[in-house]
Ligand binder design. Structure first.
Ligand code: PLP
Length: 392
């Protein structure tokens, strides 16, 4: 049995604040009644402010995979072509779902350590003179690599090519943690989940849908029942229909989460995430001495403010470090995914976190590096502290 707090530093799910747990610790409510409607209305209005959109948002009792699938089956027909901007494990997996539905998926290849290149996207779309590509898919924050993608610049690239493709963006590990603007950036479908920046348990997912995307549902031929946006939207612009029993407790939690985000102020939430992320990166840069581990993201400005993937020197086992951090210090980190298995561990710094939580985790990782015999520089915690003190 471990003493003290379990430091949960995975890049999702994230810590659930006491306030949200308490808000969910209530009796159930008739989901057809006025009391529930008031809660749901507050939630959808709050979500629109977080997504920065005035367009409809739908919720599902599902994980992010469900919202991924909802976006595909509502918009496309067998044989339709999608262009996936490669960013890492999650981008490729979303594309794979498309293939499994009989869509033709082309990947715009990209180094996982760097953000996708909008100029390459523009060139590829210009070459598609017959407009065979129906949609461009991107992951705003690639959780497997800790590289953020330039969504606004990608939109500009699509426009510069004069291409009509829909633009679908996964914000599962960025929403409510760093800046995202659905309407201003011209995103047609936004996919999000409950268990990261929204600080809720896993199990609720969302899609925000532009008018252009909604129009595309009329001709899409993939089978859909549970995910059918036309049915879910019902009469109005907000969710008019729910498949089966409404998970009212999620709405209790979501209402509280949105209130917390608005009390702190979204810009302050983003600034806090940036500060904690930068402190983490400073620590890793200190470890980099003596040919130690390094931040996986290579391009300044593209490092994620929600997760830092730490690349170990050749021959070192990232999972050993992770296991030691968990077994010895009760700190849970994320592992490497796909081709990065064993090569990186991932420090999640998103959701309900403050400075001492991040410093504690960094200290534990530094000790785990020592115990695992990974060469590294010392003073990661010191470097993080100095940055945090200077930043006030
Ligand atoms: N997309 C991204 C960027 C993710 O980080 C994740 C999960 O971590 C997913 C999709 C899949 O979401 P879920 O695990 O909720 O199905």
């Amino acid at each position: 049995m471990a003493n003290g707090y379990h430091f949960f530093m995975n890049p999702g799910p994230t810590n659930i604040p006491e306030r949200i747990l308490r808000a969910m610790n209530r009796g159930t409510l008739d989901f057809t009644g006025a009391r529930f409607k008031a809660i749901a209305d507050e939630c959808f209005a709050g979500l629109q402010r977080v997504f920065k959109t005035t367009q409809p948002i739908l919720g599902y009792a599902a994980t992010g995979h469900g919202a991924w699938e909802a976006a595909l089956v509502n918009l496309f027909s067998p044989g339709d072509k999608l262009l996936v901007i490669e960013s890492g494990f999650f981008s490729l997996n979303w594309g794979l779902r498309g293939e499994q539905f009989g869509l033709e998926v082309e990947t715009l290849p990209n180094d996982w350590r760097r953000p996708g290149d909008p100029a390459k996207l523009e060139a590829r779309l210009r070459a598609d003179r017959e407009h065979k590509i129906k949609a461009v898919l991107a992951v705003h924050n690639e959780t497997s690599t800790g590289v953020a993608q330039p969504i606004a610049a990608m939109r500009k690239a699509i426009d510069a090519a004069g291409h009509p493709a829909l633009f679908l963006v996964d914000t599962i590990s960025s929403l409510a943690s760093f800046d995202f603007r659905m309407d201003e950036w011209g995103v047609d479908v936004v996919v999000a989940g409950s268990q990261k920046g929204l600080m809720l348990p896993t199990g609720m997912a969302f899609t925000a849908i532009s008018a252009k995307a909604l129009a595309a549902t009329a001709t899409a031929k993939l089978p859909r029942v549970y995910w059918d946006w036309r049915r879910l939207l019902g009469q109005g612009t907000q969710q008019g229909y729910w498949n089966g029993t409404v998970p009212v407790h999620f709405f209790y939690g979501l209402q509280e989460a949105l209130r917390m985000l608005e009390e702190e102020g979204l810009d302050n939430v983003f600034a806090r995430h940036h500060r904690l992320a930068e402190a983490t990166r400073r620590a890793v840069r200190a470890w980099r001495q003596n040919d130690g581990p390094e931040v996986f993201a290579t391009d300044p400005g593209s490092e994620s403010d929600t997760i830092t993937a730490v690349l170990l020197p050749e021959g070192c086992d990232a999972d050993k470090v992770r296991q030691l951090a968990l077994d010895k210090f009760n700190v849970s980190l994320g592992g490497g995914l796909d081709r990065l298995r064993g090569r990186v561990f991932r420090i999640g710094h998103l959701g309900d976190l403050n400075e001492p939580m991040v410093l504690g985790a960094i200290a534990a990782v530094e000790m785990a590096l020592d115990l695992a015999g990974v060469p590294h520089g010392r003073g990661g915690v010191q470097a993080a502290m100095e940055y945090l003190t200077a930043e006030g």
